[in-house]
Design a protein around this ligand. Sequence first.
Ligand code: SF4
Ligand code: SF4
Length: 69
Amino acid sequence: MRIEIKKDRCKECGFCVASCPKKCISFAPKINKIGYHPVVIDMEQCIKCGSCYTVCPDGVYHFIPGGDQ
Ligand code: SF4
Ligand code: SF4
């Protein structure tokens, strides 16, 4: 499973950050195309539970089968 982040959709609401059981989501220093700091995942910590995908109102996360990330 690989997680793809559509960073230009992120509105920095923080719902996913609050929902992540591993606390491995943070905000990038550089703003995206709509003026927000988009999320980044520390993949070393991520357990691919899907919480971030479930709570995100803006369709930022895409879980793609296959691959090792
Ligand atoms: S899949 Fe789970 S552990 Fe990984 S970033 Fe999303 S909420 Fe956190
Ligand atoms: S829930 Fe979605 S829009 Fe909100 S901070 Fe997370 S990725 Fe960005």
